[in-house]
Ligand binder design. Structure first.
Ligand code: PLP
Length: 287
């Protein structure tokens, strides 16, 4: 399997940013691997290694019906020779949507969990009943975020050229930001953009993930919670207009669940003067 890391960096030319003295580049983690794009590969990498060292043959993980993480885990299972089980939040809906159909085509077996139980999915009794049903498995948490994922994402931070001042990424479960921030040089800071509403709790999640990985908080990071555009997997006219405008200017169609929200936030903050003149911003295209 060929993984293209370090991922490519491309400068984006935009008069509105130039006017405020901000230089923006994109780190194209979306091009790392066709089936395991960006942060999903980085988060799975050491988990796959641990699963095989511990002798597991099956990966079990959790996600919503549109989860990129379920897709990536299914693809990783096929590529690395693990069986995969995807526990999907909510009721089964047929026909399967494109994401779940893809996961099944990669060999993933799907099971559905009512929302109440899903909320308790990290509790021992829920996991015990999954073991009863599915036998032995290596458990990958929702979104793939755990200490090993943080270590994988720290490699993303370590790839960043020292000339960048601020490195931005979207935040879903926080594993990517936790690792990115830990991998940056001391003079750099990471800025995450929460893609869900009421994302302040993510500060604790990111800090907990760093403590699990390193025993301490690491790096200089913060989370902006103002650019969720209505909540997780929600969009509005303003976000759609941003996506269309970005595609027209730069020829890149942005993923709107994560990447577009982060980049809309970067543009908005820049135009408001939130970055000092001369700031070099790197935005991670995670998918
Ligand atoms: C999963 C995903 C994220 C969120 O990453 P977290 O580590 O869960 O915060 C961001 N961008 C894309 C494209 C994703 O698929």
């Amino acid at each position: 399997m060929t993984v293209r890391v370090p991922s490519a960096v491309e400068e984006v030319r935009d008069g509105r940013l130039e006017r405020v003295g901000v230089r923006l580049s994109l780190k194209r983690d979306d091009l790392v691997h066709p089936d395991l794009p960006g942060n999903k590969w980085r988060k799975l990498k050491y988990n796959l290694r641990a699963a095989s060292e511990q002798g597991h043959r099956t990966l079990l993980t959790f996600g919503g019906a549109y989860s990129n993480h379920l897709r990536a885990t299914a693809a990783a299972g096929r590529i690395f020779g693990f069986g995969t089980v995807g526990i999907v939040r909510g009721e089964e809906r047929l026909p399967l949507n494109e994401s779940l159909a893809y996961a099944v085509a990669q060999g993933m077996r799907l099971d559905y969990m009512d929302r109440g139980t899903y909320r308790r999915k990290t509790e021992p009794d829920v996991i015990a009943s999954l073991r009863e049903r599915w036998g032995d498995f290596y458990l990958v948490p929702e979104g793939g975020s755990n200490a090993l994922a943080v270590r994988g994402c720290a490699e993303l931070g370590a790839e960043v050229d020292p000339s960048f001042d601020v490195v931005c990424c979207a935040v879903g479960t926080g594993g990517t930001l936790a690792g990115l921030a830990a991998g940056l040089a001391p003079h750099q800071r990471a800025l995450g953009f929460a893609v869900l509403k009421g994302g302040a709790f993510l500060n604790e999640d990111v800090e907990r993930l760093q403590r699990e990985a390193y025993g301490e908080r690491r790096g200089n990071w913060s989370i902006d919670t103002d650019f969720h555009f209505g909540g997780y997997a929600r969009r509005d006219g303003e976000l759609d207009a941003f996506v269309a405008d970005f595609q027209r200017r730069h020829g890149l169609l942005l993923d709107w669940v994560y990447v577009a929200k982060m980049l809309a936030g970067v543009h908005s903050l820049a135009e408001r003067g939130a970055f000092p003149e001369g700031t070099r911003v790197l935005a991670v295209v995670t998918g």
